[in-house]
Design a protein around this ligand. Structure first.
Ligand code: HEC
Ligand code: HEC
Length: 253
């Protein structure tokens, strides 16, 4: 089962052939099958990831980071810190957002951060403010900034009480009746994401930003997700469901 999950995540991450991505073809059978595999993966993940394992993983983070990212050019966190002054006004000096509803960057996976910065520059992810911020950054500058933020401790936000149970249910189990897969299948049970697959950390992220991101995926304003995998998820969510899951992940760690 774990190997099926592994292959599945590889396909989702676009490592294998794009054509093999099952959600991308519009067959209902494939869709049901893929959601079935995904929910099994989520079930496997929830049984094999024990709290003690998570604790030991985070305490040995530097060694693990080296092991998981052999192909990523190494960024220089000290250089990143010195060029982050301009970013601090909005994202905070330590990467914890200084402005409510702006994204925190602390503890976010470096490969994901580099991908976003490159796409703000290329226009693959459209945002006028961020396009201006990255216009003069080289890829090495982006690697350095990403290394700096990835090393910062992730914020431990607090969940908003409203609809918390509904939000937890969506995050951990999805919504089977409307074919929404469990978020934790990709973003991990503790919300830490998956660095090498570029699945971003959601745990501790500002609820206001999570809501905006999901609305942008839903409307197609943001379409930089490989294989359209987040657009596919967000298109099925109502405003109330987006609100509930955002409230839950803000306090997840
Ligand atoms: C004037 C405010 C402002 C400044 C300064 C700023 N940003 Fe941003 N940043 C934003 C906003 C707003 C967003 C959300 C954009 C969106 O909704 O797509 C964002 C998004 C991002 C993201 C994507 C986060 C995610 O979770 O996907 C990254 C990475 C980022 N900024 C890095 C930087 C870096 C590095 C700098 C400095 C070079 C910087 N930002 C400067 C406002 C700012
Ligand atoms: C099949 C894997 C997968 C599943 C399932 C999934 N996501 Fe994602 N999600 C992704 C990927 C990949 C990205 C990053 C896309 C990119 O490269 O910009 C992402 C990005 C996001 C973002 C934007 C984060 C940021 O910092 O900008 C949010 C919010 C999000 N997902 C929420 C959810 C929620 C809520 C669910 C469950 C309802 C969910 N995701 C289910 C793969 C997944």
């Amino acid at each position: 089962m774990t190997s099926i999950c592994y292959n599945y995540v590889q396909i989702l991450a676009g490592v294998s052939s794009r054509n093999a991505f099952p959600i991308a073809n519009n067959s209902g059978v494939m869709m049901r099958k893929s959601l079935f595999v995904l929910s099994l993966c989520a079930a496997v993940a929830s049984t094999i990831v024990s709290p003690s394992l998570l604790a030991s993983e985070s305490s040995s983070k530097p060694a693990q980071a080296v092991e998981l990212k052999p192909t990523i050019a190494r960024g220089d966190a000290a250089a990143g810190k010195s060029s982050s002054a301009v970013c601090a006004g909005c994202h905070g000096a330590n990467g914890v957002a200084a402005i409510a509803d702006y994204p925190s960057l602390a503890g976010q996976g470096a490969p994901y951060l580099v991908k976003q910065l490159m796409e703000f520059k290329s226009g693959g992810r459209e945002n006028a403010v961020m396009a201006g911020m990255v216009a003069n950054l080289s890829e090495q500058d982006m690697q350095n900034l990403a290394a700096f933020y990835a090393e910062m401790p992730a914020p431990e936000g607090e969940s908003v009480d409203e609809n918390l149970a509904a939000g937890r249910q969506i995050y951990q189990g999805g919504i089977a009746s409307i074919s929404v897969p469990a978020c934790m299948g990709c973003h991990a049970p503790n919300g830490a994401g998956n660095d090498s697959a570029k699945f971003p950390r959601l745990g501790g992220q500002n609820a206001g930003y999570i809501i905006a991101a999901l609305q942008n995926f839903r409307s197609g304003t943001r379409a930089n997700d490989p294989g359209g995998m987040m657009q596919m998820v967000a298109k099925r969510l109502s405003d109330a469901e987006i609100q509930a899951v955002a409230n839950y992940v803000q306090g997840l760690h």
